[in-house]
Write a protein that binds this ligand. Structure first.
Ligand SMILES: Cc1cc2nc3c(=O)[nH]c(=O)nc-3n(C[C@H](O)[C@H](O)[C@H](O)COP(=O)(O)OP(=O)(O)OC[C@H]3O[C@@H](n4cnc5c(N)ncnc54)[C@H](O)[C@@H]3O)c2cc1C
Length: 521
């Protein structure tokens, strides 16, 4: 850690101010930072040996942003100071929450400053108001521990480590969306720093226009330090039925058929995830399935009966308190193993309204060839989250910047190398010690960067195929799952015009323009 030497930081970054300002002016800036930051704020230059350990790193390094330095502000006023000074001198910056951002647009920031929000982590439940307030860098597992243990539930994502706010600001999808809507539909208010460095509250009654934009295009409008959400009484007394399956390749067609059947009139309490996976122990390509039902076990078993009929190689079921779900669901895949940073993961997604069996059959064939041709891609998987959307459609879509069509999505398809596969986990019968040892392999980059071109070709063509049978006329997707090349029309659809107007008002100089940006004409 170094002291607040802004000049050194700016010079290291090769930032515009090094040419634009006189020595006296630079000295003033140094003083401005030093005198304005609270004592707890820390600055790490990228060259600092502690940089990787002390600052939040990225989940994927594919097309990642790069930083000359990271600042870990201690107080809201420190965030305001950074935004004001960086804005004044044209220094590019990006807020970092959980570090799980996927869009390749993030790579537009090079040698910038990461405003690492890791000091903004606090989960406070207000029982009387039935709300919870989280910090800008809290991750999903933080609420799994506190909100779930307090006997409440809220709309969240499915994995442990993405930032709650980072997910929220694009919409936020998860297993409970059939009951509570998108995460954004449960957002009550935010406290954020806007482009002019002001600290403002946004809610339906205060800065309502900004609040509308935050709910779907959030990273375009500021840095959220605290966000307050509705919480609910736990469904089914806080217990859920969890079922995991592994099917061999020759049951693949039957699985997509079963998925189509099970998801046809899906109850709001059911959530399904299916993935194409590679594991020598299971004959190479295999299909992994996770089903969660927030209801009695017998009802859950009946709903997913078609999966049991398909001769799984492995099936593992349990009836658990929801606070335990993250450790058991999908053999624990969504817990800490998805938190490791520094993987080379390149995601492409498509939103669909149903399951098209021939498209999945063809995709399995293509994945078989991919695994054969590129053994180094065998730690890759494609998967689909099949989530109900009753409450997503019931919510008043005009209150958010999420396009109405995106609320119709019930199948979030990751067409190509996305989550690292389960292969290192062997046959799931490992002892705890073996598990720990194998888990370290999760740091492994799933794909060799030298095959990026081939992977991108594979992915683009898969995206086209899934789009053609998605139930939509064009490519529709959840913006936070975007690859980054789709463009603002696809990300924001009919909301784009209003978002442009908002951008002109709240961020005319486009300081917040690195995550699926809303362009200004
Ligand atoms: C393994 C994995 C699992 C996922 N599971 C889900 C899921 O179940 N449901 C779901 O909806 N999404 C999920 N996602 C997608 C995830 O929501 C997005 O990738 C999201 O952008 C991650 O936010 P982050 O804070 O972790 O990432 P970061 O890379 O830190 O941030 C991503 C973007 O959001 C901005 N941002 C982050 N925090 C703030 C803040 N406090 N204020 C303003 N802007 C902020 C950043 O500036 C950046 O532009 C998953 C992603 C991964 C990699």
């Amino acid at each position: 850690m170094i002291s607040s030497k802004f000049l050194a930081l700016a010079l290291a970054a090769g930032l515009p101010l090094s040419n634009a300002l006189s020595i006296q002016e630079r000295a003033n800036i140094t003083q401005t930072f030093q005198s304005s930051f609270s004592p707890g704020t820390k600055i790490y230059l990228a060259s600092d040996p502690n940089f990787a350990n002390e600052t939040t790193q990225r989940w994927t390094v594919y097309e990642e942003p790069t930083y000359a330095a990271a600042i870990i502000p201690a107080l809201a006023s420190d965030v305001q100071t950074i935004v004001k000074i960086a804005g004044r001198y044209g220094i590019p910056f990006l807020a970092t929450g959980g570090g799980h951002g996927l869009s390749t647009t993030l790579s537009k920031i090079q040698n910038g400053i990461s405003i690492d929000l890791s000091r903004f982590k606090n989960v406070t439940i207000n029982e009387a108001a039935s709300t919870v307030t989280v910090g800008g860098a809290n991750v999903f597992s933080d609420v799994f521990e506190t909100v779930w243990n307090a006997g409440k539930e809220m709309a969240t994502g499915s994995c442990a480590c993405p930032g709650i706010v980072g997910a929220t600001v694009g919409g936020g999808v998860g297993r409970l969306q059939g009951l509570h809507g998108l995460i954004i539909d449960t957002l009550v208010s935010v406290v954020m720093v806007t482009a002019d460095g002001s600290l403002v509250t946004a809610s339906e009654t205060e800065n309502a226009d900004l609040f509308w934009g935050v709910r779907g295009a959030g990273p375009n409008f500021g840095i959220i330090l605290w966000a307050t959400y509705k919480i609910f009484d736990q469904t089914n007394g806080g217990y859920a039925f969890n079922a995991d399956f592994i099917f061999p390749a020759n049951e693949s067609h039957n699985h997509w058929q079963a998925l189509k059947e099970v998801s046809k009139n899906m109850p709001a309490e059911l959530a399904l995830i299916s993935g194409i996976n590679y594991n020598e122990a299971h004959g190479g390509l295999n299909i992994l399935v996770n089903a969660v039902y927030y209801g009695p076990e017998a009802e859950g078993r009946a709903l997913i009966a078609p999966f049991y009929n398909n001769n799984p190689l492995v099936s593992n079921t349990s009836y658990v308190h929801v606070s335990q779900l993250i450790s058991v669901a999908a053999f624990g895949l969504f817990a800490d193993t998805q938190c490791d940073k520094g993987k080379h993961v390149n995601t492409y997604t498509v939103g669909a309204t149903g399951v098209d069996v021939p498209t999945w059959d063809a995709h399995v064939q293509n994945f078989t060839a991919l695994y054969q041709t590129y053994p180094q891609a065998r730690l890759s998987t494609a998967f689909v989250e099949t989530f109900p959307n009753q409450a997503v459609l019931e919510a008043d879509g005009s209150k958010t910047a999420v396009p109405q069509k995106h609320r119709e999505i019930t199948n979030y398809v990751f067409v190509t190398p996305s989550l690292p596969s389960l292969s290192p986990m062997g046959n799931f019968q490992l002892t705890t010690r073996e598990n720990e040892r194998k888990k370290r392999l999760w740091g492994y980059n799933y794909a060799d960067p030298s095959i990026d071109t081939q992977i991108n070709q594979f992915a683009s063509s898969a995206r086209t195929a899934f789009t053609a049978t998605s139930g939509f006329e064009d490519l529709e997707l959840y913006v936070t799952y975007a690859h980054g090349d789709e463009g603002p029309q696809t990300w924001y659809r009919e909301k784009l015009g209003q978002l442009e107007q908002l951008k002109r008002k709240w961020d005319p100089n486009q300081l917040f323009g690195f995550m699926n940006p809303v362009p200004l004409k």
